[in-house]
Design a protein. Sequence first.
Length: 179
Amino acid sequence: MRYIRLTAVLLLAACESPTTGKLHGAPSFATSITLSATSLSFASLGQTQQLTATVKDQNGATMSGAGVTWATSASAVATVSATGLVTSIADGTATITATNGSLTGTAAVTVGQVAASIALADTVLTFASLADTTQLTATVTDANGETIPSPTVTWATSETSAVFSAVCMVRAWKIDARG
């Protein structure tokens, strides 16, 4: 009987790691998830950013084979793929969540289009007589060419007596005889 007990103790000692003192083959379990970024900011629609999740076990070691499930709180604002690729859809905020079991990691997403270019519907105006009017329309787009809805556009002219509405109605008020 003593021989069997001594053999069992020797076998357990042989399984012990010389560096950590822990048993080889002991099951590991996830204790934390860390995301590559905790906040993402997008200045144009259709822009993408890649998130990665690191899952660590009870010993603080990275669990390379541990999978995560990705989800978004607002798919109308930002989507996330099964691999963590986040895509901006519309202005607003969302939270991206990576889940492994009962563990979660989150990243806050803010989408706010920034004007990158402006185009006028008409760039040359011709008036037949004084008091004629025409309407100018400005289309404002972000860096990906996506139209920004209801942008604030400020109109200006070198003529101090010109008056502009929010949509920019232009009226001929003097005739320039330049040829």
